[in-house]
Design a protein around this ligand. Structure first.
Ligand code: BV8
Length: 269
């Protein structure tokens, strides 16, 4: 939708106020979650999940226990998600962030997402807090592994049950370095520590930022959900972009009730 539709859910005064903050920010941080990629056709984790994501819920499958219990299922599920991401494209929200970063080089992008849509829109990403679908390592010896992401699904098959069924029971490769371990996706599973370096870089960026935009996250998953409070504590304005109220809405400086694909282009134009 063009920014014209925005006025139904985002008061013009709020949009103008945030536009002014965006225009003067020199060290903004854009912190994104699954909602950033929703308009690219990639399902979020906790919106009303239909069928497939109920049956294969991230809370169940995005864990080391699930991988140990059924490596082929978990491996296939990630291969299927990777094929889906490769069949999708960045949306106007990703494009607006990349455009803004070209204009303001001090802008840092931090994402909870494991897709590569920010990069494909041309943005430099400071940290993938929860890892990436395009990184792999040995579950035993930890050696990084170079795994071909496979062909993208064709557009309509991407993300379908049929495509997942076609992928199921694909076994993870054996580690070429140690010869015994299984290769796993380079994502952070529930119960696992976030990568130390990316976390520290992110924390520092939020401590010194002059504006933080929190886009498309329910603010439920820790410790990422605590990051907006670091920016608030440092005296920065924090703006939420989300069609609905979240855990963070009560704490932010401005809450813009709209989608990433509609709001971000309206802020950055
Ligand atoms: C850790 C990678 C421990 C994998 C992900 C109880 C039991 C078990 C664990 C816990 C527990 N309580 C707390 C925990 C810890 C747990 C946690 O926080 N759980 C939550 C669910 C309660 N956290 C962890 O386990 C973390 N590790 O704590 O380690 C530890 C501590 C010390 C020492 C050792 C160990 C690890 C968390 C990382 C998990 N990995 N992903 C994969 O992708 O498969 S998390 C996963 O959720 C994604 O990364 C996702 O990004 C992330 C957060 O979700 P959101 O991005 O917010 O997405 P969500 O669907 O929730 O919301 C979408 C939002 O977008 C909505 O608000 C919606 O309104 C909005 N939206 C929709 N459309 C749009 C939109 N916005 C804008 N535009 C639109 N168009």
């Amino acid at each position: 939708p063009s920014s014209g539709d925005l006025s139904e859910t985002v008061p013009t005064a709020d949009l103008d106020a945030v536009r002014a903050l965006v225009a003067q920010a020199r060290r903004p941080v854009v912190l994104t979650g699954a909602g950033m990629s929703a308009e690219s056709g990639i399902p979020t984790f906790r919106d009303t999940q239909t069928g497939l994501w109920e049956r294969y819920s991230p809370e169940q499958l995005a864990t080391e226990d699930a991988f140990l219990a059924d490596p082929d299922l978990v491996w296939s599920w990630y291969r299927w998600r990777t094929r889906m991401v490769r069949a999708r494209r960045p949306n106007p929200g990703h494009d607006a962030v990349a455009h803004w970063q070209r204009a303001v080089p001090g802008l840092e992008v931090v994402t909870q997402n494991v897709d590569d849509l920010h990069e494909r829109a041309g943005a430099r990403v400071l940290a993938h807090l929860h890892g990436s679908l395009f990184e792999h390592r040995c579950a035993e010896c930890g050696a990084p592994a170079d795994v071909d992401p496979g062909a993208p699904a064709d557009a309509e098959a991407a993300g379908s049950e049929a495509d997942l069924e076609a992928m199921l029971r694909e076994a993870p490769p054996t580690c070429p370095a140690c010869g015994t371990g299984r290769i796993r996706p380079g994502v952070v599973w529930f119960g696992e520590m976030l990568p130390q370096e990316p976390w520290e870089r992110t924390y520092e960026a939020l401590e010194r930022c002059d504006l933080a935009l929190v886009v498309g996250t329910s603010g439920l998953v820790q410790p990422a959900a605590s990051l907006p409070f670091v920016a608030l504590g440092a005296g920065a304005a924090v703006v939420e972009v989300n069609p609905v109220e979240t855990e963070l809405s009560g704490a932010v400086t401005h809450a813009l009730r709209g989608s990433a694909g509609a709001v971000l282009p309206a802020l950055v134009a």
